[in-house]
Structures are given as structure tokens and as C-alpha cells.
Design a protein around this ligand. Structure first.
Ligand SMILES: NC(=O)c1ccc[n+]([C@@H]2O[C@H](COP(=O)([O-])OP(=O)(O)OC[C@H]3O[C@@H](n4cnc5c(N)ncnc54)[C@H](O)[C@@H]3O)[C@@H](O)[C@H]2O)c1
Length: 316
């Protein structure tokens, strides 16, 4: 894949789930790659071999300056990622996701970065009638402080990059699954269900389970990031999903079938901040990035279960 003349990339949040896969992909195409991560969620061992690592916060100007030295492209993935926690921890959410993004953008301008690819989220959308979310057309009406912060990051990015003269692309990730997702009780339904089933607990479905989500494999998200870097397109907002809706109850059924047939799901009240349905319109992804994700959960379910089994054994 063309590197568009870029040589050195900084991946913020590169010790985390998605960021570590982006860093790995960048290294595989010969990019010099450095990571900044405060390890609040990520793990140092997830930073791929060959990448430089700065342990520190995107809120710390000195570490940012060091990490940005010589970087011409930045993939901004560091964030607090829990919708639930963004209600209780609204200040911390805004500090990291809004102020952290603003500080990073400002530092990028001073460091002479040429392009920033920003990890936004389907959480910037509200509830739309038929659940198929379009970059231009679906209402931007976030249901949580997390969604508000992600949308603010997009808008700061557009303005600051225009003012200082660098390229800025927003990728709105949908529900990403794969290895290295940090387990927390409320982020990443597939990792949560697998963890519960491996521990002999009932997976808890919030709401009826009929709500649809668009599940995309983490390597496809990493691919979208690298393609965005390689694209001559300077400014863009692009959904990054598979373009297919899957009911949460069907995910639970599939995983129960594979892991523990004797267990039935439990149900709990749907929390605030979650949309009813959320499926990506992937027209822009196809047209601008030139690809449609192909990897499904069925393709990767066995290896993902085994990865999580090993993770649990290590932490036992
Ligand atoms: N996982 C998903 O399904 C999904 C969906 C939509 C958007 N996103 C976005 O993708 C990005 C990556 O999310 P993820 O799922 O890999 O989560 P993650 O928690 O695994 O990764 C985020 C990383 O950022 C780091 N971090 C947090 N605060 C930091 C700070 N102040 N300074 C430096 N590092 C900090 C964490 O330690 C972690 O390693 C986030 O911006 C998230 O909002 C994720």
C-alpha cells in the first residue's frame, strides 16, 4: 500500500485494543511507528515489537512534544471509551476525550504534522428511524457525554486543522471486536459475553436483545486507518463498519453454542446512552477507502475464544 510519502507515525492509545493493531499494520508496511499511551487501559506488551513507546498522557505537553518529534502522520486513538462511565465520570471523560484531543491537535500543528486520522465513534449519532447511519444525513445527536466528546473532537479537528493547514480525517468506528480488547463490564459486548461464558456465568443482555449492532473486526478497522493515510483525500468523515446489522441476542446465541450450551442469557434493563439500532452506511468507506470489510465474527470466533481463554488463565 502507498505510504503517500509519510515516514513516521504516532499512534495515540497504541497500547490499547485498536491502536495496537493500527501500529502493527503500520510497521508491516515499513512505517517508523511510535506509540503514546498512559496505560490506564492498555498494556505495554500490546505495543508491537519495533514500535517506539512513550508512556505518558496526551494531556502532558512535554511527553507529547517528544512523541511527536519527526512524526508526519498521527492516528489519534487514546480515549476513555466507556459510554456508561462517561455519565458518572463526565469530567474525566471530557478531560481526556475533549481536552486531550485539543492538546494533541495543537501540538500536531506546532510539530508540523501533515495528517491526523481521528478515531471517532458511532456514538456521535442519535437514534435514527431505520438505524442505518449515514455520515451526511443522519442526525448528530449523541445520547451520552462520550458521544458528545467524540463529536467535539471531530469539530475541533476540522477547525484547528484548517486554521493550521494540515489534513484531518474522521473515522467513525462501529462495534469493533478482536483480540487485545481490555475486559471491562460495559465495553465490547463480544468480549464481555465470551468472558462470562468462559467463567461459567450467564451473559447479560441489556434490553430485549433485538437491538442491532454493526460488528467490525479490529484488523479491518486498522486497514481503514492505513488506507485513510494512503488516500489523497485531505478531509473526510467516514463510517467504519461492516454495513450489516446483527442482533445482540444472536451474538449471545452463537457464543453460547460455541462455549457453554448449558447456559441461558440473563436480561437487564437497557442503560442510558445506548441507541436502539446502529448499522453503518458504508458507501463512503467503499468509495473513499476502496474496501468493504469481509471478516465476520463466525470467521474469528474460535481464535477469539482461545485468546480470551488464555487471557483469563494468565490473570487467574
Ligand atoms: N472499541 C470500539 O468498539 C470502539 C468503537 C468506536 C470508537 N472507538 C474509539 O477507538 C479508540 C480506541 O478504543 P479501544 O477500543 O482500542 O479502547 P482501549 O481502551 O483499548 O484503547 C484506548 C487507549 O488509550 C489509552 N489512554 C486513555 N487515556 C489516555 C491518555 N490520557 N493519554 C494516553 N493514553 C490514554 C488507554 O490506556 C488505552 O490503551 C478510542 O478513541 C475509542 O473511543 C472504539
Amino acid at each position: 500500500m502507498s505510504r503517500q510519502g509519510f515516514k513516521r507515525a504516532l499512534v495515540t492509545g497504541g497500547a490499547g485494543f485498536i491502536g495496537s493493531h493500527i501500529a502493527e499494520k503500520l510497521l508491516s508496511i515499513g512505517m517508523e511507528t511510535v506509540v503514546i499511551d498512559d496505560l490506564s487501559m492498555g498494556k505495554a506488551e500490546y505495543v508491537p515489537e519495533g514500535a517506539g513507546f512513550y508512556r505518558g498522557s496526551i494531556l502532558d505537553g512535554d511527553v507529547l512534544k517528544e512523541a511527536l518529534r519527526g512524526a508526519d502522520v498521527v492516528f489519534h486513538n487514546a480515549a476513555r471509551v466507556s459510554i456508561r462511565d462517561s455519565f458518572e465520570g463526565v469530567c474525566q471523560d471530557a478531560e481526556t476525550n475533549v481536552m486531550g484531543t485539543v492538546r494533541l491537535l495543537h501540538a500536531c500543528a506546532r510539530a508540523g504534522v501533515k495528517k491526523v486520522v481521528y478515531a471517532s465513534s458511532m456514538a456521535v449519532y442519535g437514534n435514527d428511524g431505520n438505524g442505518v447511519l449515514k455520515e451526511n444525513g443522519s442526525p448528530l445527536a449523541p445520547l451520552s457525554p462520550y458521544g458528545i466528546g467524540k463529536l467535539a473532537g471531530e469539530q475541533y479537528g476540522m477547525q484547528i486543522s484548517e486554521y493550521y493547514g494540515f489534513d484531518f480525517a474522521t473515522l467513525r468506528y462501529f462495534n469493533t471486536f478482536g483480540t487485545r480488547q481490555t475486559f471491562t463490564p460495559y465495553v465490547g459486548v463480544i468480549t464481555i459475553f465470551i468472558t462470562a461464558l468462559l467463567q461459567g456465568r450467564r451473559p447479560v443482555i441489556f434490553g430485549s436483545g433485538a437491538q442491532t449492532r454493526d460488528f467490525i473486526h479490529v484488523e479491518d478497522v486498522a486497514e481503514a486507518n492505513v488506507r485513510m493515510m494512503s488516500s489523497p483525500v485531505k478531509r473526510a468523515v467516514i463510517n467504519v463498519g461492516a454495513g450489516q446489522g446483527t442482533k445482540v441476542v444472536d451474538i449471545a446465541r452463537l457464543l453460547i453454542e460455541r462455549i457453554n450450551k448449558g447456559i441461558a442469557p440473563a436480561y437487564a434493563e437497557a442503560p442510558m446512552g445506548e441507541p436502539e439500532d446502529s448499522v453503518a452506511d458504508v458507501t463512503a468507506m467503499r468509495e473513499v477507502l476502496g474496501f468493504t470489510p469481509k471478516t465476520t465474527l463466525v470467521d474469528r470466533v474460535d481464535s477469539l475464544i482461545e485468546w480470551n481463554r488464555a487471557r483469563l488463565a494468565e490473570n487467574a
